[in-house]
Design a protein around this ligand. Sequence first.
Ligand code: NAG
Ligand code: NAG
Ligand code: NAG
Length: 672
Amino acid sequence: MLTSSFKSLVLSASIAVLVTFTNAAPAPGPPPVSHLDSCGILGAKKPSEITYQDIANCYQAIPFNNTNAAATFSTIYTLFNEFYVFKDAAMTPNLQAPFSSPPTDIIGKLEAIGRTKYTSDHKFHTELRRAINSLYDAHASYNVDCYTQYYFVQNLALYAPVIDDVQTIRVYSDIAKSPQREYENCLVRTINGVDALTYLKTWADEELNISHDAGVRLNAALSFQRFNRITKTFQNADSKFSVRANLPPTATIKYEIQCGQAKPVALEEPWRIVSLVEDKFTDVKSFVENVCATKPEPAGAEDGANAERNGIKGGLIHMKEEPAHYKRYLAYKERLVAEAEAKAHKDAAPAPTHAPTPPKQQFPGADLLGTGNGTAFYHLKSQPDVGVLVFHTFDAHPEYEVPNLIKGLKAFHDLGVTKLVIDFQGNPGGYVNLAANTVNTFFPSNEFLATNLASDLRVTPVIQQLAAASFGLTDGIYDAAQYIDFDNNNQAYTDDSLFLQPVTYTRGGRTSQYTQRTTATDALAPTDPALATFAWTNNAANIRILTDGRCGSSCAIVAHHLTNVHKVEAYAIGGNYGSSLSMYSFAGGTVSDNKRINDFFEDAKIASPLKPLPYASTIGLPILEIYAHGSAVPLEYDAAVYSSDYRMAYTNTNSQDRLVMWGEVASHAWST
Ligand SMILES: *[C@@H]1O[C@H](CO)[C@@H](O)[C@H](O)[C@H]1NC(C)=O
Ligand SMILES: *[C@@H]1O[C@H](CO)[C@@H](O)[C@H](O)[C@H]1NC(C)=O
Ligand SMILES: *[C@@H]1O[C@H](CO)[C@@H](O)[C@H](O)[C@H]1NC(C)=O
C-alpha cells in the first residue's frame, strides 16, 4: 500500500514538472534544465510526443550490469552449446543456390561476446541478438522486452515489382497519403543516397536473417498481403523494412521518389513511434525495474497452450512464433481500426455481434466458399475447374482443421473443381501432425511419419541426464517413450537407449553426438474415403503450389513432401529477379525456448542448467532436426531440395490483388 502510493506520488510530481517544461513559452536564452534523466524524459511524455531520439537516449542510458549480463550470457551459451541442433551444421561452408548465407560458428561468436567489455546494456543485448540471427534460422531468436516496447514505423511501404523485365523499388502504400502527396506506385530511385534496390538487398541480407535465401529475405523486407482470419480478407501486412521493433540506426530515412516523368522529389521521413509500454517509469532505474526485469510469475499461472506445447502430445511444433511484442503491436493496430470504425458508425445501429455472417466476398472473380482457422477456400469464376486453397498457417488444431479441410475439398469437388492451387505465401508453420495430415489428405498413405519424417536430436551429458529422468514420465521432447525405434518394427522406445546410444557426426568441421534417426509417435487422422473421389488425390498434375519462400517450418515440411516426394510443381513469386527462389525456409526442426526447456527439467524433477534471466525475454531455438528421405544432410541445410520449378514476379496488379496472382498460376499451369 505504502509503496504504491509513494510511487504514484513520485510519478505525478515528475509529470507536473514536465508539463511546465514543455508548456514553457519558447523564450530566447538557455533552455530550462530538467532534473529528469534520459528515461525519465521518455516516461513523462505522452505517446504522441515521443521521438526517435527520446527512445535512443533512454536505451543508451541503461548501464551495463555485470551480474545480470553474466546470467544472461550463461543461459544463452548453455542453450546454444548443449541444445541447439544446428550448432555444427551452421558452420557448413559454401551452401549452394538458392542459399546464400555464410557459415556461422555460434559458439565462437558467443565466446567473443563473452570476452568483450561492454559499457552499454543495449549494445550487449543487441550483439547477442545479432549473433543468434547470424544463423539465418528464423527458429533461432532473442527477443528482449526491454528494447522492443517501442515500434518504429515509416510512412512508406515498398515493394519490388518487375515491369518490362526490370525490377525496381516502388511505393506500395503511404500512411501519409494526401491530395498533396500521392506516391503510390511511384519509383523509389534511392534510399539514403544508394540505388534503392541495391540498398534494400543489402539491408535484407544484413538485417533479416530469417532464411538462407537472399530472395526470401528481400520478400520479407517488402510489402505483401496476408489473409486475415478475422475479417476473412487479404490485407496489406507489415513489411520488415518499414515496421521495426528494434531501434533503427538513424532518426530518419531519405528517399528520392519519382512519379511518372515528373521531377524526382527528395523526402526525409522520420519514424512514427508506437508505444507498447504498459508499465510506468520515471527514470533509468525504474525503466529497468518495470519494463526490463523479469516479473515473477503468479503461482499456478501456467498457460494451457504453453503447457501443451511443452509435450509431444499436442503435436510437435515446427514454427516461428511471432514475438510477444509483435502480437501486442498487432493488437494495437486492431484497436486503431476498431476505434476508427466505431467513430465512422457512431450513429449507425449497432451490428448484432454473434450472428454468423457469411464470408465477405473480396474478389468479384472468385467465391470464398469457407474458411478454417488456417485455411480459406476460393473458387475461381473464370476457371471453374480450379479451386484455390489458401493455407496461411499450420498453427491450428488438427482435430478441427483436418475435418474442415476435407469439408472444403468436398465443396470444391461438388462444384466440379478438378485442379487445386495451394497458396502457402507467408505461412509460418505450426503443428507437425497437421502438416502430416495435410500431406496425407492429398497423397494418402499409412506411413507418412515413419518413412518421411526421420529426425534426430543432439546428445550431450546434460541431455542424457534429462532423458534418463524424463523417460516414461513427461511425454516431452526428451522422453524417449514418445519416439519410434526404426530398428524395432517402428514400435515406441521402451527405454532411454535413444539417448544412451548416440551416433557421432562431423559437420562444418566440428564433431558432436546425435540420437539415432527416429520420429515422433504422433497419430495421423484416418483418411476419409471421399478423398479417393477427388480428381487431385494422388495426382500431382492437378495440384500446384504458390509460395513466396516464406512458407516456414511445418509449411516447409508440407511443401517439401508435396514437391520433392510427390512431384507437385511449385511457383515461387518475388525475390531477386533472374535468381532462383526457395519454395520454403527454416524447415529446420522442432522449435523450443528457454521457458520450455526449463519446464522439461521441472517436469523431470531435476535442476535446470539454465540460470534465471534477469530481463523478460525469449530465446528461441530448434532442438530436433528433420531430414529429406534418404539424405544425410539436415533438411534445414539441404539446399538441393529448395528451388522452385517456376519463377513469378510481382507486378503492380498481382501484388495488390491475389486473384490476379492465382489466375496467372492457373492459366500457366492448365490452359491448353
Ligand atoms: C546489478 O543487478 C543486480 C540484480 O538486479 C543488483 O542487485 C545489483 O545491485 C546491480 N549492480 C549494479 C552495479 O547496479
Ligand atoms: C544477420 O547475420 C549477419 C551475419 O552474416 C550479421 O552480421 C548481422 O548482424 C545479422 N543481422 C541481424 C539483424 O541480426
Ligand atoms: C478453430 O479453432 C477452434 C478452437 O481453437 C475451434 O473451436 C473451431 O471449431 C475451429 N474452427 C474451424 C473452422 O476449424
